[in-house]
Design a protein around this ligand. Structure first.
Ligand code: FES
Length: 158
């Protein structure tokens, strides 16, 4: 076997290994989630009424603890919820229903409420953390955070 064939075989083996790992890892997380219905150990927390959010358009709450201000918004027939701490330097961001975005008054970063808190413009370099929510018996329940809340080493205080 020459060097070219050998490196091709090695590449194929490595690719197969990566593919197998990618398939195995989500199923591991899925089984953990279905076991305790929480996202990486977060607690479920009822944040308010679904109908109330739908009529008001936005709803403030704290998650996963009292020191983490968040807001749920009704956007394009969907509930979206985010941390209200800017990922740049932690200033409180404000929701603009007309632009369906969150704006930071400190250095003018802006985040898309429709697209999972994606940064649109400004000094921040990261999206705002998205609060994962579900609806059960007419209530909105927060069950996890996707992204690190500003100023924390871990979202869940130990
Ligand atoms: S703190 Fe929000 S852009 Fe600087």
């Amino acid at each position: 076997m020459n060097n070219k064939q050998s490196s091709r075989r090695g590449f194929l083996k490595a690719t197969a290994g990566i593919t197998a790992a990618a398939v195995a890892v989500p199923s591991l997380f899925a089984s953990q989630n279905s076991k305790n219905e929480n996202f990486y150990g977060y607690e479920d927390k009822t944040i308010g009424s679904f109908l109330k959010l739908k009529s008001a358009g936005e709803m403030d709450f704290n998650y996963p603890d009292a020191d983490s201000p968040c807001k749920a918004v009704w956007v394009n027939g969907e509930i979206k919820a985010y941390s209200l701490l800017c990922t740049h330097k932690g200033c409180p961001i404000m929701y603009s229903a007309s632009s369906k975005s969150f704006r930071c008054p400190c250095h003018f970063s802006e985040f898309d409420a429709e697209l999972n808190g994606q940064m649109i413009i400004g000094q921040a370099t990261e999206n705002i953390p998205e609060i994962l929510v579900k609806v059960k018996d007419g209530n909105i329940i927060a069950y996890g955070v996707n992204g690190l809340i500003y100023g924390r080493e871990s979202n869940i205080k130990g």
